[in-house]
Design a protein. Structure first.
Length: 158
């Protein structure tokens, strides 16, 4: 069971997000339900750690086995979701992930994967492009430029 609950027109989520970065680009996704870009990840399930959850979510969404390098941010977010018009309160943990030992970097700059009934489109976005994109979380559009150099992974993407 996801650690998520709804009360009237409000919803709480405990989420984990994967930051997959290479040479000032970040892997983002969107799907048929959400017109905006967001990071791979999802809700933590009761009984699992945040670390277990982010690895599971990346495996489910991208079909690869990532490695966690470090936690980057803990963020609480308050927003109204465009898709369902609910008022959300989310507690999100952001993890820097290493996928260099997988085939993810050879899939191209834009690729599509199916997960159950949903189709996810993934795209490698240049950091500079984030400010002009419909992208959540909003704070990342600015804070991505303040990451220390040791948070950036250098890998070639075909």
């Amino acid at each position: 069971m996801d650690i998520s609950f709804k009360c009237d027109n409000q919803k709480f989520n405990y989420r984990v997000l994967a930051m997959i970065i290479s040479d000032n680009i970040i892997l983002a996704m969107h799907d048929e339900r959400s017109p905006y870009f967001y990071l791979p990840g999802g809700r933590v399930v009761m009984g699992e750690t945040a670390e277990q959850a982010v690895i599971r979510e990346v495996q489910e969404e991208l079909g690869v086995m990532p490695k966690i390098l470090r936690t980057i941010w803990l963020n609480q977010a308050f927003f109204t979701e465009d898709a369902d018009e609910l008022r959300y309160r989310e507690l999100c943990i952001y993890f820097l992930m290493d996928v260099s030992e997988t085939d993810l970097l050879t899939k191209g700059s834009v690729f599509t994967l199916r997960e159950g009934q949903h189709t996810h489109e993934f795209e490698w976005l240049e950091f500079g492009r984030l400010k002009d994109e419909y992208f959540y979380p909003l704070f990342l559009k600015k804070d991505i430029f303040n990451l220390p150099d040791y948070f950036t992974i250098r890998t070639e993407i075909e």
